[in-house]
Design a protein around this ligand. Structure first.
Ligand code: GLA
Length: 386
């Protein structure tokens, strides 16, 4: 296969291992993970692949078909302010857990079919694929959850994004035909079958790259912390409370007099979004896709009005979809400020729905958005044929 020969061409020998890690689509539970809340993603059939072999010494050389070439010393990962930091972050996290002697030099060739800057978590796919690659190269005997945690630490701490566990858990632990209910407090993962009624996932790229995402994301993290601190000071959560997850729907209205109007809306989103995750799980168990769709739409309204991470482009995509009979529901997926919308659609109508969304969007913005029909997929692992 292509990856193995590209590796051979670049490094002059055969790779010994090949791994894959998928991107993800989050169905509901947005901006809840960093407040120890609930999320409901699935892994999707777009992978990042890594071809790898050990190399003498401690130099790690990485070639990414999409992003270029870079290298670093496995004993001393140091931030370079580029994509290689995601690779370094994983090595750093694994070395902290297993000791610096556990890892040494390696050559990696990386390719991806996860669209970049689209909110489908290409960064977690990269980190998780690299974590699996180092696990196999150096016989680290880590399980997928441990590798997901190392990938998370790399992105959150080493790269410094401050994100939660949603993306690496979805990428490492996903299951075909399931969404994962992840409790970001204790890391418990419950696969929920998507059910008997077939449903298509349409993903539409707004065409807006998530430029504002980094600053805006950090700001939301800070606002949520401010909401939690105020709730604790006002005695609205118990003494053992550690996150907005602990603020109940009943206590929420009392927070209004203790924080700014904006911070209150941020908290309201998080508290209601956690409840929506369990409501979607319940609706899926009852095979009630119209109810699932309704909850997705409520989630979108909350992201737009309370959390303010949507954009006119994403709102329009959701409106264009939701006015169609064959659409159960829509919302933006991922952090927001651009990227993609998710639409759950009756499969026989998916082509039609996609065409109408695209033409409605083109009428307003003068360009056709890219539509992907994605399927659920299993989480990261060895590439079986190469
Ligand atoms: C990004 C982060 C995740 C999560 C989502 C919002 O994808 O990486 O940890 O916070 O945004 O739900």
């Amino acid at each position: 296969m292509e990856g193995a020969s590209a590796f051979r061409e670049a490094f002059g020998r055969r790779p010994t291992h090949a791994l894959r890690a998928p991107g993800r689509v989050n169905w509901i539970g947005e901006h809840t993970d960093y407040e120890e809340g609930l999320v409901l993603p699935c892994a999707v059939d777009r992978d990042t692949t890594v071809f790898a072999a050990k190399a003498p010494g401690h130099r790690v050389r990485v070639i990414s078909a999409a992003l270029g070439e870079a290298e670093f010393d496995a004993r001393a990962p140091t931030r370079q302010a580029g994509w290689i930091d995601y690779v370094q972050g994983v090595v750093d996290a694994l070395a902290k857990r297993l000791g610096p002697a556990a890892l040494a030099g390696a050559d990696l060739w990386i390719d991806t079919r996860v669209p970049l800057e689209a909110g489908l978590s290409s960064s977690a796919a990269l980190s998780v694929a690299v974590a699996f690659a180092f696990d196999r190269l150096f016989d680290l005997a880590q399980n997928p959850r441990q590798l997901a945690l190392a990938a998370h630490e790399g992105e959150s701490v080493f790269v410094g994004v401050g994100c939660g566990i949603l993306d690496p858990f979805a990428s490492a632990l996903g299951q075909a035909d399931h969404v994962l209910r992840i409790d970001c407090r204790d890391g418990e993962v419950t696969p929920i079958a998507i059910g008997e009624t077939p449903v298509s996932m349409l993903i539409v790229h707004s065409g807006v790259e998530r430029r504002l995402a980094e600053g805006g994301y950090r700001e939301r993290v800070v606002e949520c912390r401010a909401a939690f601190d105020a709730a604790r000071e006002a005695g609205l959560v118990g003494p053992d409370a550690t996150a907005l997850r602990d603020l109940s729907e009943e206590a929420l209205p009392k927070l209004a007099t203790h924080v700014s109007e904006t911070v209150f809306r941020r908290a309201r989103h998080v508290v209601h979004e956690n409840a929506r995750v369990d409501a979607v799980c319940e609706a899926l168990a009852g095979n009630d896709l119209p109810r699932v769709g309704e909850l997705l739409c409520a989630g979108q309204a909350s992201l737009r009005d309370d959390f303010e991470v949507s954009l006119p482009e994403l709102d329009l995509l959701c409106e264009l979809a939701d006015e169609q009979e064959a659409v159960y529901g829509s919302r933006l997926t991922g952090a927001g400020w651009g990227g993609c919308s998710l639409h759950l659609v009756r499969p026989q109508q998916a082509e039609n729905v996609a065409a109408r969304i695209a033409s409605g969007f083109a009428r307003r913005y003068g360009r056709r958005p890219k539509v992907l029909h994605l399927r659920t997929a299993s989480g990261a692992g060895d590439l079986l044929e190469w």
